[in-house]
Design a protein. Structure first.
Length: 287
C-alpha cells in the first residue's frame, strides 16, 4: 500500500510543508470575466489582490473539473499510489469534496478516501499535515481516517471581514445576513457551522472583533496544553504579524504561525480580512 495525501489549493500550505511530505495539490479556479486561472499556478496571491482593486466586476470561483480530478488521480496511479486521502475545503462552500467522490468512481487501480474538512485555509492544512505525519509514522489507513474525524472536535476558526458584499454575491451568505452587517456598519465575525459560513457575532470595530475572537478561543482550549494556531490574512501581513504577537502573549504554550487567504477564498472575503484558526490535536509545524 502506498498512500498519497491530496488537498486543494485553498489549504494555502507553505511550500516547505508540500515538499517535505510530497503533498499533492489540486487547484481550484478563479474566473475573471471569461478568463480562468488555476489558483496559485496561473495566478498568485499578490497579483490577484492587485487585479481585484482594478476590477469593477467580482470574479467567480470554481472547483476542479471532474476531468481534471480524474487525470490527477490517474497520474498518481502511474506513480504507484494505491490509496489517496483527499482532504478538501468544506462541502458547504465548494463542490471539491463531491468531486473527489465522483472521480473515485471513474478511476481504476487507486482508491480515494474523501475527507470533508468542514472548514478551509490553514485549518484544512492542519488536517493535511496530520495525515501526512501519520503516514510517515506508518499508522494504518483506517486509523488515520478515524483520527482526522476526531480532529474536528479539536479545531475551529473565526474570521473578520470588512465587507459582506463579496460573500453575498458569491452565495456564501444570504441577503438578510449580509444586509444586517452592511446597515449596522459592523465588523462581522464569521465561522463555520455544519459546513456553512455563518455569522458568529457582530462587533463595532476590527480591534474589538479580534479581542472577542481571542476570548472565545480561550474558552474553547485548555491553555495548559499545547495548541497550534494560525493567523490568516488577506493581503495584510502587517496586521497578521501584530495579531500573532498578541496571541503568543495570550497563549504562551501556543505555536502560532501565519498563513493567508489566497485568490479563491479572497474572492469571497475581500482584501483586509483576518482570521484565526486552531487545533489542539498535536501537530509538528516545523518546516
Amino acid at each position: 500500500m502506498k498512500i498519497a495525501v491530496i488537498t486543494d489549493s485553498t489549504a494555502y500550505l507553505d511550500q516547505a510543508y508540500i515538499d517535505e511530505f510530497q503533498i499533492k495539490i489540486i487547484p481550484l479556479n478563479v474566473i475573471f470575466k471569461d478568463e480562468t486561472y488555476r489558483e496559485l499556478i496561473d495566478l498568485n496571491t499578490e497579483d490577484f489582490y492587485k487585479r481585484m482593486r482594478n476590477e469593477t466586476q467580482l470574479p467567480t470561483t470554481s472547483q476542479p473539473t471532474i476531468g481534471d480530478y480524474v487525470a490527477f488521480l490517474e497520474e498518481l496511479e502511474r506513480e504507484g499510489y494505491t490509496d489517496v486521502i483527499a482532504i478538501h475545503l468544506s462541502s458547504g462552500i465548494s463542490g471539491a469534496y463531491q468531486g473527489a467522490i465522483t472521480a473515485n468512481s471513474m478511476v481504476e487501480g487507486i482508491k480515494v478516501h474523501p475527507f470533508d474538512s468542514e472548514i478551509s485555509c490553514m485549518v484544512q492544512g492542519f488536517y493535511t499535515l496530520k495525515a501526512s505525519q501519520l503516514i510517515r509514522e506508518n499508522v494504518p489507513l483506517e486509523s488515520i481516517l478515524k483520527q482526522l474525524e476526531e480532529m474536528k472536535q479539536a479545531a475551529n476558526a473565526y474570521f473578520i471581514v470588512d465587507d459582506l458584499n463579496n460573500l453575498k454575491k458569491g452565495g456564501r451568505l444570504n441577503d438578510a445576513q449580509a444586509l444586517v452587517g452592511t446597515m449596522l456598519q459592523v465588523k462581522p465575525i464569521l465561522h463555520f457551522v455544519d459546513t456553512k459560513i455563518v455569522p458568529y457575532e457582530k462587533v463595532r470595530t476590527k480591534k474589538r472583533a479580534m479581542k472577542r475572537i481571542e476570548e472565545q478561543i480561550a474558552k474553547e482550549i485548555d491553555q495548559s496544553s499545547e495548541v497550534s494556531i494560525c493567523v490568516i490574512h488577506a493581503n495584510d501581513e502587517e496586521g497578521a504579524l501584530a495579531w500573532k504577537k498578541q496571541l503568543e502573549e495570550k497563549f504562551p504554550k501556543a505555536n502560532v504561525i501565519i498563513s493567508y487567504f489566497g485568490p479563491v477564498i479572497g474572492t469571497h472575503l475581500g482584501e483586509g480580512s483576518l482570521g484565526v484558526g486552531y487545533t489542539t490535536t498535536p501537530i509538528d509545524l516545523t518546516k
